[in-house]
Design a protein around this ligand. Structure first.
Ligand SMILES: Cc1ncc(COP(=O)(O)OP(=O)(O)O)c(N)n1
Ligand SMILES: Cc1ncsc1CCOP(=O)(O)O
Length: 510
């Protein structure tokens, strides 16, 4: 019998395929206790739908009570791991954790410089310079090496002590310390709030060039916090690997961490481990976001909407409104982008009168003062419009408020204001408006809907007869459309068609 060819010397490469899951590398140390390091990273990356590859920097002997020993891998073995991954499993994103020696950090800096010239990969680095149980693994030489690594890192996630060590100016203000790291080549810096002060909330600060955003979550009273930094940074890496922009990735990663902490569990006699709670789907874990140009939340929620919004045409003229109203859409929006004050007043007054006659709920885009004055059902505002509007006046006048969102970050901000509905868009490419962001697609739409529990959702952007049913399947409460209705040769007939589809869907699938 002929022996099967079991040679390991020269495996034939399988034809390059697009991997089914994003490939993410964790470059970090092993935690024999299974709560932090490589082990926490792999569990988190897999939990968030990525394939985790690893390059182990050191092996630690530890349990829930502390670290008993740490031994770096040889530089040769470290290099071999990186090269093996590079030749066959290129990363969409890379997470860096504990780097045990200055020499290994310099080696990684050289290696990353070359890698990033050939591959597009985002690098998140959690500068682990000590353990939560009190050990520290830094020397001046190691800190200098970390500083040299900064230009190769896209997001650095230090806690406050780590920021102080890296900046070398621990007594200066956080902004000033971050500026020092940015001067050394750091891009985005997320200063984690766990150590900032023992107040009710944990507030993380995201610095990007000239922009600062704060994300606050309730401080959970749990002893099971081993691996918190590793879990946050690997969750962030996973979400970046899925293609979420940084702020969106961070909001979801923070929600993931909050659920992971809340469901943490005891392992040994010391602090236990975090759970791996799956994709964030619950609004209760979303961080509260603050930053420049963001309005205060009115003291009460906006008026609610009882019936589903249904098919939601967005029109730019009274003529179209008149054509569509007899078809009884779930609601309608007048979106006027030009006109003198007198002209706008006259058109909105007429729209209010017509919608009352047909008993259709009328939202006014942008012109919130006229909407209040003339008694519209509600107002729709974009995120940039919110800072300019008097939200308390809209809320106290009893008008409904709909707010646009283009991803989890804007969605979390919008939900904070307790609006009457949130719009999720743009779902598909659209010709109607130049959009600053990428289309979200149906998968992200479906993942966003559960985050809004209790607040109605409206999908918008590029929805037409081909995508209507799939969009309904995401369980949104309304479907807003501009061109699919207004550019049809017979807009009223087209609306009738969509109304019928909505009713069928609603009757059979809710
Ligand atoms: C239902 C609905 N969703 C989103 C929008 C977009 O509003 P906005 O972000 O204010 O952009 P403009 O419409 O002003 O271009 C909307 N109008 N309606
Ligand atoms: C106003 C707006 N906001 C997000 S997408 C969009 C335009 C939607 O138009 P269409 O339905 O023609 O794609």
């Amino acid at each position: 019998m002929q022996a099967a060819n079991t040679s390991l010397a020269s495996p034939q490469p399988v034809a390059a395929l697009q991997p089914a899951k994003p490939l993410v590398w964790s470059i970090a140390a092993s935690d024999s206790g299974g709560g932090a390091g490589i082990q926490a990273d792999v569990l988190t990356l897999q939990d968030l739908g990525c394939h985790a590859c690893t390059a182990i920097t050191a092996i630690t002997a530890q349990n829930s009570l502390g670290v008993q020993a740490l031994e770096p891998v040889s530089n040769k073995l470290f290099q071999a791991q990186l090269d093996a991954l590079k030749s066959d499993l290129p990363a969409r994103a890379i997470k860096i954790g504990l780097l045990p020696t200055a020499e290994m950090i310099w080696q990684l800096a050289d290696w990353l410089q070359q890698y990033k010239q050939q591959h597009q990969a985002l690098v998140v680095a959690d500068p682990v310079l000590g353990s939560s149980s009190g050990q520290h693994w830094h020397s001046e030489a190691l800190l200098d090496a970390w500083r040299a690594l900064l230009p190769h890192i896209d997001v650095l996630t230090p806690n406050l002590p780590e920021l102080g060590l890296l900046s070398g100016r621990p007594t200066q203000a956080i902004d000033e310390q971050v500026a020092l790291l940015q001067a050394l080549g750091a891009s985005a810096v997320l200063v984690k709030g766990g150590h900032i002060s023992q107040i009710r909330d944990v507030t993380d600060l995201l610095y990007q060039q000239d922009k600062l955003v704060a994300l606050a979550c309730e401080r959970l009273q749990t002893p099971h916090q081993h691996g918190t930094g590793c879990t946050l940074s690997s969750a962030l890496t996973a979400l970046l690997a899925h293609g979420y922009p940084l702020e969106d990735a961070l909001v979801l990663a923070r929600a993931y961490l909050q659920a992971a902490l809340e469901q943490g569990y005891a392992t040994g006699a010391g602090p236990g481990s975090l759970a791996h709670p799956g994709w964030p789907t619950s609004q209760q874990y979303l961080p509260r976001i603050s930053g420049a140009n963001w309005p205060k939340t009115p003291t009460a929620p906006f008026a609610g909407i009882s019936e589903p919004l249904g098919v939601y045409p967005v029109v730019d003229s009274i003529a179209l409104l008149q054509q569509l109203l007899p078809e009884q859409p779930g609601c309608i929006q007048l979106r006027l982008k030009q006109g003198s004050p007198a002209d706008l007043h006259a058109q909105i007054a007429e729209a209010v009168m017509l919608c009352r006659r047909y008993q259709v709920r009328l939202f006014i885009n942008d012109h919130w003062q006229l909407a209040i004055e003339l008694g519209a059902y509600g107002v729709h505002l974009g995120q940039e419009d919110l800072a300019l509007a008097d939200l308390t006046a809209i809320q106290q006048a009893g008008l409904r408020l709909g707010i646009s969102s283009h991803g989890p970050f804007e969605l979390a901000r919008a939900l904070q204001l307790r609006p009457s509905y949130v719009a999720l868009g743009h779902v598909f490419p659209t010709q109607t408006k130049q959009m600053p962001s990428q289309p979200q697609g149906l998968k992200r739409l479906a993942l966003s809907v559960p985050l809004c529990a209790g607040t109605p959702t409206v999908a918008i952007g590029g929805i037409d007869q081909h995508s209507f049913a799939q969009t309904c399947a995401s369980k949104v409460h309304g479907i807003a459309m501009v061109s699919a209705i207004t550019k049809a040769t017979q807009p009223a007939q087209r609306l009738r068609f969509f109304n019928k589809l909505w009713e069928q869907h609603y009757a059979y699938h809710r």
